[in-house]
Design a protein around this ligand. Structure first.
Ligand SMILES: *Cc1c(COP(=O)(O)O)cnc(C)c1O
Length: 359
């Protein structure tokens, strides 16, 4: 019998979240971002589940775009990091992949390639990771437009927000203004700015294509707000069995470092999940979990293959009962908060040891 530590994937929740993104996107079309193995949910299954809804997919790299094609799906796939090698350009053209080019060396590859894929240009409006300078776009765009093949392949412009998760920051507005001004000479080309957070940013313009990722999986893109509070449903439930129980006496400690010590008699359980499964080691005492419909809390240190929980709130719990580490009862955003990280890292970090189960 395999261990029953699993990640249950709810593809209906994924579709619900995609539809919420579409509602919030207004007139913009919504490209489903499914990079990093569909944020840990399984890129093949996620792509297939959204195939009836999403007109386009967004991924980071060529391997991920190929995974979509191998599922037999025909939608264009936008490669958000562009191409990594010159020979990939013709492959993109052949496969219907749309690289987002961010550097001059990639434009040279485009010019020299035997065939031209539809492509985008990345504009740097302040994130300062990738992109052509907003104040020097003309020098890139005009030479491209001079070539008929490149002109008909150029889809438009992409930029990425640095602070859209923070409603108190004015930087998103600044980036939007910068972007609009930079691309205004080419009104016939398309524009794409929005990550998940931008779908919830008050008054934000989303232009032609939005690019939600994290919200599709039910986690929150906004600081201090959880996914369920935004109307999102958890697409992943990380679940593991309780495999032992004991009653600690006052003064007993538990786990490595004996870091947690019982102040009073405490029923406790051991759950078969740990950082070897991608559960964050930095989630300390007090991190919530759920069992038998009740919320419980972690105690002591997370180890590689197990962790300890305080069963005071669910004393009837038996070995074999299933504990939810995150899902619809305990949002992954809450766990991330306790671990000093973000849901993105937890979802993409569930290791290969944990089988993903699909309905
Ligand atoms: C990952 C990514 C997205 C999606 O971001 P979320 O915050 O997960 O919605 C959108 N655009 C680009 C360029 C990305 O790299």
């Amino acid at each position: 019998m395999p261990r029953s530590t699993v990640a249950r994937i709810d593809l209906e929740a994924l579709r619900h979240n995609y539809r919420l993104a579409r509602e919030r996107a207004g007139d913009a079309r919504v490209m489903a971002v499914i990079k990093a193995d569909g944020y840990g949910h399984g890129i093949r299954q996620v792509a297939r589940a959204l195939a009836g809804e999403a007109p386009r997919y967004g991924v980071a790299c060529l391997e991920e775009a190929m995974a979509v094609r191998k599922e037999g799906l025909a939608q264009p796939v936008v490669m958000l990091q562009g191409t990594h090698a010159p020979e990939d350009v013709a492959l993109c053209a052949d496969q219907g992949f749309q690289p987002v080019m961010h550097s001059d060396y990639q434009l040279a590859w485009l010019r020299d390639a035997p065939s031209t894929p539809d492509f985008w240009l990345k504009v740097n409006t302040g994130m300062n990771r990738l992109g052509f300078p907003a104040d020097d776009l003309t020098g890139r765009v005009e030479p491209l437009l001079a070539s008929p093949a490149l002109k008909s392949a150029l889809q438009g412009f992409v930029t990425h927000f640095a602070c859209a998760d923070d409603h108190d920051s004015s930087f998103t507005l600044e980036q939007t203004r910068c972007f609009k001004a930079a691309v205004s000479p080419w009104p016939d080309l398309e524009r794409s700015v929005a990550n998940s957070a931008a779908h919830f940013f008050p008054g934000q313009e989303l232009f032609d294509w939005s690019r939600p990722g994290i919200m599709l999986y039910g986690a929150s893109p906004i600081i201090g707000v959880t996914g369920p509070e935004l109307g999102l449903r958890a697409a992943m439930t990380l679940e593991a069995p309780l495999i032992a129980r004991r009653v600690l006496k006052a003064g007993d400690s538990v786990g490595y470092g004996s870091s947690w010590v019982a102040e009073k008699e405490t029923p406790m359980g051991i759950v078969a999940v740990g950082y070897g499964d991608g559960y964050p080691r930095h989630a300390g005492t007090g991190t919530p979990a759920a069992v038998n419909g009740k919320r419980i809390r972690l105690i002591g240190r997370v180890s590689m293959d197990m962790l300890a929980v305080d069963l005071s709130e669910a004393p009837e719990t038996q070995a074999g009962d299933r504990v939810e580490l995150w899902g619809n009862q305990v949002s992954v955003d809450e766990v991330a908060g306790h671990a000093g990280t973000i849901a993105y890292e937890l979802l993409t970090g569930v290791t290969a040891r944990v089988p993903r189960l699909y309905p």
